[in-house]
Write a protein that binds this ligand. Structure first.
Ligand SMILES: [Zn+2]
Length: 218
């Protein structure tokens, strides 16, 4: 098993997992009930640890995640596709909301060479979010407003590459139209579920396109 396959087996345990390796090649692995229960237990403990460490917010956009916030994933700061030896390194894991997770995967992880991220790296020693980004969120009964400001090159890249403009726009539009806010949340949760299973990648991409079309972001 490579790093990505091992992560899939760990993060969505099943009795058997088949991994495609090229067009005609695939391998199936079987997992006992004890192994599956262990993975589930360890994953829950890792999730709890990261959630508390990040005070229940996304490490990139700082929006609340969890039961009372947005859907989230265990996020690999340095992508497991490029740094498989860090797949299970706790220092390389953080909280990423579905929005940031998906944009980072498409725009950063896919092109990353080496270990220097062009965007903020929340796992660096001494990292301070406010040295890179600040934000204000204001809500009244009828209006919502959110605005990010960047104060470092990495903050500026984070704003651009993780499409924080879409967050600002969705915040304002959702505030004026609660049913849309509810739809937005459902789409994010469905994307989250799709991303956590290999078979759900296509659905997640479709929903991602739907979301972009709603908030008119290219
Ligand atoms: Zn986020």
């Amino acid at each position: 098993m490579d790093g990505g396959e091992a992560w899939t087996a760990f993060s969505s345990p099943a009795a058997s997992k088949t991994f495609k390796r090229g067009e005609a090649n695939s391998r199936t692995f079987n997992f006992s009930a004890v192994e599956r229960a262990t993975y589930k237990n360890v994953r829950q403990r890792v999730q709890n640890h990261l959630f508390n460490k990040c005070a229940g917010s996304c490490a990139y956009c700082r929006r609340p995640v969890g039961h009372y916030g947005w859907a989230w994933h265990i996020e690999h700061v340095l992508p497991k596709s490029k740094h498989s030896s860090l797949t299970f390194s706790l220092d390389n894991l953080t909280v990423g909301c579905v929005h940031c997770n998906q944009w980072k995967g498409a725009r950063i992880d896919r092109h990353l060479v080496g270990k220097i991220l062009p965007i903020i790296n929340p796992s660096l020693p001494g990292f301070t979010y406010s040295a890179h980004l600040t934000y204000v969120q204001i809500s009244t009964d009828s209006l919502s407003f959110a605005k990010y400001s960047h104060c470092s090159p990495e903050g500026a890249k984070t704003y651009e590459k993780l499409s924080f403009e879409m967050l600002e726009r969705s915040y304002a539009i959702n505030g004026m139209h609660p049913p849309l806010a509810s739809l937005h949340e459902k789409i994010e949760r469905a994307i989250g579920v799709g991303l956590s299973a290999m078979e759900g990648q296509g659905l997640a991409e479709l929903l991602f396109e739907l979301k972009k079309s709603i908030y008119k972001i290219n």
